[in-house]
Write a protein that binds this ligand. Structure first.
Ligand code: TRP
Length: 363
């Protein structure tokens, strides 16, 4: 098998992307893209997967494809280097899923921790759509169709990659070495693994209304930062404050660089000096929040400006997706052909099969 280094990753188009997506994966994707270390990069807008739990809401998915594409382009994903495409248009992925389904048990899907958590969150317990139950198998198709070696994703996707690896091993052991076992690539920084919402709740999510979106306007960003959850016991400026579980500091861990202190808060050289002061007492929440606001504004401004440029030419954005989808389809079709060869179900190309069947009836 080849030694190519191939990335595949993606997002469900159910809303605009937020700063949790940014520190959890988008920022890293752009770095990986620009590192020149990868032979191919595929970034997928997972609309078919989004439909597995939005069957009654196709319009939401349809509307958000371009939103996600705009977010991708505005953070610096470059169509010349990264192939951005729409999942549902690659019918080969569905075909792969159908064959992989035979290699996975219902019990194994029910044990998948991400599926379990999502069933709970969506109150699916009494009536789980079959398509939803099977989405980890479809995700294995996404990854293996492109022979991805590396899948950069958030921590919540770990069970999906594990399930993919099992399917690959099973397929290869039954039908011979065909598919590539992918590795997961997690964020390196703990604060980026799971950025909390502005209310300090475990995860940023649209339904909780606790997100800061990448496309957020400056005044909204400021309001959200000023309303952030901090240390509830830090009542007076002079009180000693806690850093752990303090959302403002978690965000600073994820976003701030030493240069930000020189530019916006020269009282400190770096974040650890600021944290020390906060822990000692004498540093108020408002000052820390104002600093975080500056950091976020300076990070998000160029992204928002770039987005506004792309928003002026939406047909171009769809053209990027169309080209990316065409190129992705070629790759997936090749893998599907190899898969069917391995399974010996490419009957019409199979001269040996036809000869064998003829022999059978000659005697
Ligand atoms: N499950 C991912 C999410 O919810 C999206 C996704 C679909 C994906 N297929 C993928 C991610 C393949 C990585 C690889 O965000």
């Amino acid at each position: 098998m080849s030694n190519e280094k191939i990335i595949l990753t993606g997002d469900r188009p159910t809303g605009r992307l937020h700063v949790g997506h940014y520190v959890g994966s988008l920022r890293r994707r752009v770095e990986l893209q620009n590192s020149g270390e990868f032979d191919k990069i595929f970034i997928m807008i997972a609309d078919a997967q989004a439909l597995t739990d939005n069957a009654e809401n196709p319009e939401k998915v349809r509307q958000n494809i371009v939103e996600v594409a705009l977010d991708y382009l505005s953070v610096g994903l470059d169509p010349a280097k990264s192939n951005i495409f729409i999942q549902s248009q690659i019918t080969e992925l569905t075909e792969l899923t159908f064959y992989y389904m035979n290699l996975v048990t219902v019990a194994r899907l029910q044990r998948n921790p991400t599926v379990k958590a999502e069933i709970k969150m969506r109150n699916f317990e009494a009536s789980i759509p079959v398509g939803f139950m099977c989405y980890p198998i479809s995700q294995a198709s996404d990854i293996t169709a492109f022979k991805a070696t590396v899948v950069p994703v958030g921590e919540d996707q770990e069970p999906m990659i594990e399930q993919t690896r099992e399917i690959v091993r099973k397929f290869n052991s039954v039908y011979g070495e065909t598919l590539v076992e992918p590795d997961i690539m997690l964020p390196t920084d703990a604060s980026c693994l799971r950025l909390p919402g502005i209310d300090g709740k475990a995860k940023m999510s649209k339904s909780l209304g606790n997100c800061i979106y990448l496309s957020e306007e400056p005044e909204e960003i400021r309001k959200k930062v000023m309303s952030m959850y901090t240390d509830p016991d830090h009542l007076k400026v002079s009180d000693p404050g806690k850093i752990e579980g303090n959302t403002v500091f978690t965000y600073l861990d994820a976003f701030c660089k030493d240069e930000h202190f020189a530019a916006f808060c020269p009282d400190y050289n770096n974040l650890s000096e600021m944290k020390d002061h906060y822990k000692r007492g004498g540093l108020g929440d408002v000052k820390v929040k104002k600093f975080l606001n500056e950091v976020l504004q300076s990070t998000l401004e160029p992204i928002r400006n770039k987005r506004h440029e792309f928003e002026k030419d939406i047909p171009y954005v769809y053209e990027v997706l169309r080209k990316g989808t065409e190129a992705a389809k070629e790759v997936a079709a090749e893998t599907l052909h190899e898969v069917k060869d391995a399974m010996k179900i490419n009957y019409f190309d199979d001269a040996a099969l036809i000869a064998e069947q003829s022999e059978k009836y000659k005697a």
